[in-house]
Design a protein around this ligand. Structure first.
Ligand code: XLS
Ligand code: NI
Ligand code: NI
Length: 431
């Protein structure tokens, strides 16, 4: 097969370049003591960039990739194209679902063997390449058997199939040295409460996640287990609604020390939050694991999975990430897809290059905001009253004692400005 990316060389950092290049993303640039590449830990999403065909609910495939097709030969051709793309972009990571990388077999066993064969093929290709696996995951939502959920299905045979699939995907992720394993439950929810036993479904989901954690320890997988919140789509309501909901779920099943979250920009918007809200909350709860970077259309109400192109938004997100101490074992996965009229290899490369530039600009701005110090200083000053010993003592006190003190000391609060616009203007100076 001819090379889809024919004539394309690895992209370089060159702000003056005429053609495709990185204009802001210099992987070796050191920011806050760390190379940009090590801060951002970019990953290509196999499903959007290699497996998707441009179809939407109203129209069929538009991309017509040369590697499209059934069977192992097509899967290998797709992998060849994938590794060319990774090389051109110079990304350190990629991510996949089982269904993206292997053909579905007639039986479960055949699907598993296909996956193992593709993992062998990946392992071979990774030997000579820079790219590593950020995370693997199981596709438990496309096939009709999952229409009523995976772990939450009313049919125990679907639960069994899902458990076996997750085991195979964890094994594959472990074999490829993956740094994380993700669970996203698009069908773990309901279409109507009229036919749903919510209590049972959540119990099943908790058991499945506990078994995933047990199995991780049994095989010695050192990666993080991550749950990816999303409020709805494809289900009308999903149990992993947002960070707060997921945290409550983890606590209920005693998994908050074992499982972290993979937080996606578009999903935050669908849940009625901002991306930075979800990241800040995850940081405060100690469950910030990794991010799925993309951009959501604010009008559509869908998970549009566009490539990011909004530097101020991305800067505020990375500000919360940097305040958490960085992404750690996680990364920045481009869970983003080309629009269906963007047909060419050049579109695929330029979409990623542009997104990497946007993220680099965002992270550099976020680091400058932290190093500026005035944001954290303003925050500290706003809460300074709480540093006083009597304020701290009050938290361990009781209502009656506090009431007595209010009258005795004649406490009379004096409102002070929150200085929001000043801080917003300061953000703007770093963009
Ligand atoms: C879909 C999700 C999905 C997960 C992986 O909305 O974002 O792509 O990241 O299953
Ligand atoms: Ni995602
Ligand atoms: Ni998504």
């Amino acid at each position: 097969m001819t090379d889809f990316f024919e004539g394309m060389a690895p992209l370089r950092f060159d702000p003056e370049a005429e053609g495709a290049a990185f204009r802001h993303y210099d992987p070796d640039r050191v920011v806050m003591g760390k190379r940009l590449e090590d801060h951002l830990r970019f990953a290509v999403a196999y499903w959007h960039s290699l497996a998707a065909d441009g179809s939407d609910p109203f129209g069929g495939p538009t991309f017509l990739r040369p590697w499209a097709g059934e069977g192992m030969a097509a899967a290998r051709a797709k992998a060849d194209a994938a590794f060319r793309l990774f090389e051109i972009l110079g990304v350190p990571f990629f991510c996949w679902h089982d269904a993206d990388i292997r053909p579905e077999g007639v039986t479960f066993a055949e699907s598993r063997r296909n996956l193992e064969a593709m993992v062998d093929y990946f392992a071979e290709k990774m030997e000579g390449a820079k790219v590593r696996l950020l995370w693997g995951t199981a596709n438990l939502f496309t096939h009709r058997r999952f229409m009523a959920g995976a772990a939450t299905n009313p049919d125990p045979d679907v639960f069994a199939w899902s458990a076996a699939t997750i085991k195979a995907c964890l094994d594959a992720t472990h074999r490829l040295g993956g740094e994380n394993y993700v669970l996203w439950g698009g069908r773990e929810g309901y279409e109507t409460l009229l036919n749903t036993d919510m209590g049972r479904e959540m119990e099943q989901m908790g058991r499945m996640l506990s078994m995933v954690v047990d199995y991780k320890h049994r095989i010695g997988f050192r990666g993080q287990i991550l749950v990816e919140p999303k409020p709805q789509e494809p289900s009308k309501h999903q149990y992993d609604f947002d960070v707060a909901t997921c945290y409550g779920f983890l606590q209920r099943f005693g998994l908050e020390g074992e499982v972290k979250l993979n937080i996606e920009q578009g999903h935050a918007i669908l849940a009625g939050h901002s991306f930075e809200h979800e990241l800040a909350l995850a940081r405060e709860l100690g469950v910030l694991g990794s991010i799925d970077m993309n951009r959501n259309d604010y009008q559509s109400g869908w998970d549009t999975d566009q490539f990011p192109n909004n530097v101020p938004e991305v800067a505020l997100a990375y500000y919360e990430v940097l305040r958490a101490g960085g992404l750690g074992q996680g990364g920045t996965n481009f869970d983003a897809k080309l629009r269906r009229q963007s047909l060419d290899a050049a579109d695929l490369v330029e979409a990623h290059a542009g997104a990497m530039d946007v993220c680099a600009r965002g992270l550099i701005a976020a680091a400058a905001m932290l190093e500026d110090g005035r944001f954290e200083q303003a925050r500290a000053e706003r809460y300074a009253g709480w540093d006083a010993p009597e304020a701290q003592a009050m938290l361990g006190s009781d209502l009656a004692a506090i009431a007595e003190r209010v009258e005795r000391e004649g406490i009379d609060p004096r409102p002070r400005s929150g200085r929001q616009e000043r801080l917003e203007n300061l953000v703007n100076r770093h963009l």
